[in-house]
Design a binder for this molecule. Structure first.
Ligand SMILES: Nc1ncnc2c1ncn2[C@@H]1O[C@H](COP(=O)(O)OP(=O)(O)O)[C@@H](O)[C@H]1O
Ligand SMILES: [Mg+2]
Length: 261
């Protein structure tokens, strides 16, 4: 079992697109996958067209058992959805005096062994939920949009992962995933080489700008359903192949080791 957080402090960089397509791509390959939406915008259920009753809020607040919040989104793919009430859970967690960074890890514990992969779509920013997402993950996928001025945001995020790493000894910023590559734009290429220089082997092959990725979202389908022969599907397929090699489901085994604060 492997918990992969898709996280970056900046919004609009392709986190939800990556989380949805990574989870569905893994599910299509036969892995049992749980997608957890940890963003108040609740885009995962919209992206997959999944109806839901309970959300991550009730799970984090302890008012519903986690099994009751699991919704079947596709064969092999379950979802725990989110909505704007999640900000309430963030405040509740922030007020906890002890182990505030462990609430999500503890909430997911009863169902974690049902899955090969748990993929968490994190919200932008540094709130209590974002800290919890990093507190329970094994590996982090950090999408970095290839736009001017994005580098500062990426470096900020790396520092943030480093500071949360004090609580979670297993946390690994494993994949830096460049997104919105525009092969005609010089700045895209420049940013890509800067990232390569800084992140070396953590760098994944980039996801190109592809209108099918944006459209699939509106059609409530993953890219593998909406346009399986598109560039978007090709790029995400290549990324998933790298995840399977570098972050195999059976290699993590144990629960992330959280250190005493
Ligand atoms: N590679 C891409 N090419 C074109 N549009 C994309 C691509 N990746 C994401 N998008 C679109 O860009 C917007 C922001 O992406 P999203 O995944 O929601 O980012 P985040 O979750 O980081 O805020 C969405 O409308 C999405 O459909
Ligand atoms: Mg999002």
């Amino acid at each position: 079992m492997k918990i992969i957080a898709v996280a970056m402090t900046k919004g609009g960089v392709g986190k939800t697109t990556t989380a949805v397509n990574l989870s569905h791509g893994l599910a299509l390959q036969g892995f049992r996958v749980l997608l957890v939406d940890a963003d108040t915008q609740g885009q995962c259920a919209k992206a997959l067209g999944t109806e839901f009753d309970l959300t991550l809020t009730e799970v984090l607040e302890g008012t519903a058992p986690v099994v009751e919040a699991l919704t079947k989104a596709r064969p092999n793919l379950d979802l725990i959805a989110a909505d704007h009430h999640l900000s309430r859970a963030a405040l509740t967690i922030a007020r906890r005096e002890q182990d505030g960074h462990r609430v999500l890890a503890e909430a997911l514990a009863p169902v974690r062994d049902r899955y090969d992969y748990i993929v968490i779509d994190a919200a932008p920013g540094f709130d209590a939920i974002a800290v919890n997402v990093l507190g329970c993950a094994h590996d982090v996928v950090a999408p970095a949009a290839l736009t001017p001025a994005a580098m500062a945001g990426v470096l900020d995020f790396v520092r943030h992962v480093g500071s949360v790493g004090r609580h979670n000894a297993n946390l690994n910023l494993r994949f830096l995933l460049p997104t919105f590559l525009d092969q005609r734009a010089r700045q895209s290429g420049e940013m890509l080489s800067q990232l390569r220089e800084r992140f070396g082997s953590k760098m994944c092959a980039p996801i190109r700008v592809n209108v099918d990725l944006a459209e699939s979202f509106g059609c409530q389908q993953s890219i593998f359903e909406y346009a399986p022969r598109s560039r978007g599907a090709e790029d995400y397929q290549r990324f998933i192949a790298q995840v399977l090699v570098d972050s195999p489901a059976n290699a993590a085994g144990a629960e992330p080791k959280c250190m005493a604060v």
